[in-house]
Design a binder for this molecule. Structure first.
Ligand SMILES: NC(=O)c1ccc[n+]([C@@H]2O[C@H](COP(=O)([O-])OP(=O)(O)OC[C@H]3O[C@@H](n4cnc5c(N)ncnc54)[C@H](OP(=O)(O)O)[C@@H]3O)[C@@H](O)[C@H]2O)c1
Length: 250
């Protein structure tokens, strides 16, 4: 019988942002595929709720604010050896360019760019990412499409994508792959908060050729990128947006 290349059985996978939204669903779907998870988030109660929902055994939860250097290092150390790493933690906030402040810049760049870069650096410098491993960053369609009032969010995600391409070159000799998941709008707590600020149009799904996406749609793409089925895919982004981005740029 041919091996199931889409299985995550025997793999130890680190997922950040697992206390909510896409990271939470990715953790559940990866566990369903046989992975052993180390999940992280800031909110202990919601993180433990994710932990309870994971099928299988041996999973661990580590609470950490990744913009705090000591907490980031603690997470990296507690993660041990990993075969896959999905960095989903991130924050979104809107501001028209003329209202961009130092605080806005710091918040978005620290969480969306510096934290994933520094956590990945730490894991690699301690040789925790195993040969044949896969690193996946949750960037965003915004990195290309740059919607209104999202200059700094879009820039942070685009910066992460650019950095990931160089990283992918540097780790290829260890057969480690680096990719970005470039999502369109997916209904999560983040989107609810943005809707409250007037960012997301109510009729969003009518703009998406395949209609509204779900965290499961994102999680299935994460499984593919973390599995051996994508062993020849690196230095690129997978767009998962129901066809939205092509429609916009037509
Ligand atoms: N939803 C979308 O439509 C969409 C589209 C494109 C890209 N994305 C990207 O997908 C990722 C996940 O978004 P989501 O929709 O799942 O949002 P979400 O439901 O708000 O979840 C965000 C997660 O990131 C964690 N997080 C935020 N700041 C952190 C920090 N400083 N340290 C550690 N963890 C931190 C949160 O932890 P706590 O809740 O515990 O604080 C939470 O687990 C983000 O990177 C986002 O930019 C989302």
């Amino acid at each position: 019988v041919a091996a199931d290349l889409f299985s995550l059985s025997g793999k130890s996978i680190l997922i950040t942002g697992a206390s909510s939204g896409i990271g939470r669903q990715a953790a559940i779907t990866c566990a369903e595929r046989g992975a052993t998870l180390i999940i992280s988030g800031r909110d202990e109660a919601r993180l433990n709720d994710t932990l309870k929902r994971l099928p299988g055994s041996g999973h661990r939860a580590v609470t950490a604010d990744l913009t705090d250097a000591a907490q980031m290092v603690r997470l990296a150390d507690e993660a041990g050896a990993v075969h896959g790493f999905f960095h989903s933690a991130g924050v979104a906030a809107i501001a028209p360019f003329r209202m961009v402040s130092q605080k806005h810049l710091d918040t978005l760049l620290k969480a969306n760019f510096e934290a994933p870069v520094l956590l990945t650096q730490r894991l690699l410098s301690k040789r925790q990412v195993q040969a044949g491993g896969s690193i996946v960053f949750n960037t965003a369609g915004a990195a290309d499409n740059s919607p209104n009032a999202s200059a700094i969010y879009s820039a942070a995600k685009a910066a992460l994508r650019a950095a990931s391409r160089t990283l992918a070159l540097e780790v290829a000799r260890n057969r480690i792959r680096v990719t970005c998941l470039q999502l369109g709008y997916i209904h999560t707590e983040m989107l609810e908060r943005l809707s409250e600020q007037g960012m997301a149009p109510d009729d969003l799904s009518s703009h998406i050729p395949l209609g509204e996406g779900t965290p499961v749609d994102a999680a299935n793409a994460v499984v593919f990128l973390l599995s051996d089925a994508s062993r020849w895919i690196s230095r690129t982004s997978l767009i998962v947006d129901g066809g939205l981005s092509l429609r916009i740029s037509r």
